[in-house]
Write a protein that binds this ligand. Structure first.
Ligand SMILES: Cc1cc2nc3c(=O)[nH]c(=O)nc-3n(C[C@H](O)[C@H](O)[C@H](O)COP(=O)(O)OP(=O)(O)OC[C@H]3O[C@@H](n4cnc5c(N)ncnc54)[C@H](O)[C@@H]3O)c2cc1C
Length: 441
């Protein structure tokens, strides 16, 4: 009998796993997909918002592609319970799906600030396609948008909101913007840059209520003046979709705990993407990295192992990269390690800023920001990522880099970082062309 694989969640991790299964298996298996939503990429939603791409380009696997892959799809349906002894997943409507092995790839969901009015009209998260569609319908040129929360996801849609001709105010409860992506110095520079580009920012303010006043939205705060606007976008964090696994016996910490083959505490149950707590490549510690590259790589490793291959994962690199009003802002690895040796460089007038973090002669974290038009900003974003990712020894270059954090190129070339990274592949082979679908494996 053909092996029965069950994939729960059709986002980046789930779809990469399905494609890898088909690529790597030696005998044709049965694949069932259960997903609350149709397969699409959340990461491209900002480009759908500003109309750079049509809705059809958001999808990663259409019904036809799933049929071509021979996937039995239960779309728009949710898994409600997992019986790991009986190898059965029960859906919310009571349907039971039996499996030989399964992948948990249910990702995360947005969390709104818990204030009265948060579920009212013209108040949206921006995590799902449904929410993006609501914002697309309501955001008109000249309207005033308030973004609650100044984290990474808020920043991924900032350019799109401005491109649509809206006026933007960002409010943040923390004393500064991007609190989980860059340090104080970086945040001050980005804040000043955005203000220069017409974005109003209020930090250290606690939202207490959202009311409807004369067809508009009124935001009240614990202190300071109210803000009246047309549309509120809540970018106040996400939580992993773990609840449905309660009582299943699958070991859960901040996410589903997985080993280097993406296997959970139950040997025939795998987990991948935002839901999985796997190895951080730099620190070696368990971590939930709710980012696209991790979901892609987890999905590929899980898919290959489910197909019977023995593929071990080196761990994922924390990567945050955004461009706002033509300012590149990025951080990599252990960028907030308070015990690391650090070196910083600042050119306040550009603005340009670098922070390099060291453990011995390895670069373990970095923060970089600077105008996108400065060729060395964009190039150095890539090179710093490479240095942190590869973990190459920089012994000969450490003193130079600490003194000249803006001269990354020489250390990058001399340390043969490209030579170290180029042969690295996730599955031990080059990627195959994606063919009819935009998901490359
Ligand atoms: C606007 C936006 C911009 C982003 N930009 C970036 C970026 O620039 N860089 C970056 O690295 N990351 C970015 N991300 C984050 C990235 O999209 C996520 O990390 C990635 O989607 C995670 O993939 P996943 O497969 O783990 O989860 P998801 O893509 O969330 O997929 C989970 C799937 O599981 C389904 N599901 C949930 N519960 C159940 C259930 N009980 N039963 C069945 N199905 C279920 C969901 O409907 C969904 O289809 C962005 C996210 C957003 C929203």
């Amino acid at each position: 009998m053909a092996t029965r694989h069950l994939i729960i969640g059709g986002g980046t991790a789930g779809i990469n796993a399905i494609r890898t299964l088909r690529e790597e298996e030696s005998e044709r298996s049965e694949i069932t997909l259960v997903s609350a939503e149709k397969p699409y990429s959340r990461m491209v939603l900002p480009y759908y918002l500003d109309r750079s791409i049509a809705e059809s380009h958001v999808y990663t696997a259409t019904a036809r592609v799933l049929a071509d892959w021979g996937v039995k799809a239960h779309l728009g349906r949710r898994a409600a319970a997992l019986d790991v002894k009986g190898n059965v997943c029960t859906l919310e409507d009571g349907t039971k799906v039996e499996y030989d092995d399964c992948l948990i790839a249910t990702g995360s969901s947005p969390v709104k600030a818990p204030v009265p009015g948060a579920d009212g009209r013209a108040v949206h998260s921006f995590w799902t396609l449904d929410e993006a569609q609501a914002v697309v319908a309501e955001l008109t040129p000249g309207s005033h948008v308030v973004m609650v929360g100044a984290g990474f996801i808020a920043f991924t849609i900032l350019n799109s909101i401005l491109a649509l001709g809206a006026k933007l105010t960002i409010v943040e409860v923390a004393p500064r913007i991007l609190p989980r992506m860059i340090d104080d110095t970086g945040a001050r520079l980005v804040e000043a840059w955005l203000k220069k580009h017409g974005v109003a920012i209020r930090t250290g303010v606690k939202l207490t209520k959202i009311a409807d006043v004369k067809g508009r939205k009124q935001l009240k705060f614990a202190s300071g003046a109210d803000i009246v606007c047309d549309l509120v976008i809540m970018a106040t964090g996400i939580t992993t979709n773990l609840d449905w696994l309660k009582g299943s016996g699958v070991r859960v910490n901040h996410g589903v705990v997985v080993d280097d083959r993406q296997r959970s505490s139950v040997p025939n149950v795998y987990a991948a993407g935002d839901i999985a707590e796997g190895r951080d490549r730099v620190t070696g510690e368990p971590a939930v990295h709710a980012i696209e590259p991790t979901a892609q790589e987890h999905g590929r490793v899980a898919g290959a192992n489910m197909a019977g291959k023995d593929v071990r994962y080196r761990g994922s690199l924390l990567i945050n990269i955004v461009e706002v009003c033509h300012l590149d802002v990025a951080s990599f690895g252990a960028w907030d390690d308070a015990t690391a040796e650090t070196a910083t460089g600042l050119k306040a007038d550009r603005p340009a800023y670098r922070k390099l973090l060291w453990r011995g002669d390895r670069l373990t974290g970095a923060i970089i920001l600077g105008p996108s038009q400065d060729i060395w900003t964009t190039n150095d974003v890539g090179m710093l990522k490479g240095l942190v990712q590869s973990g190459v020894s920089l012994a000969r270059w450490k003193a130079h880099l600490k003194k000249n954090p803006f001269d990354v190129k020489n250390a990058f070339i001399a340390s043969k970082t490209t030579h170290t990274l180029l042969p690295e592949t996730i599955l031990g082979r080059p990627s195959k062309a994606p063919g009819d679908t935009p998901v490359a494996v």
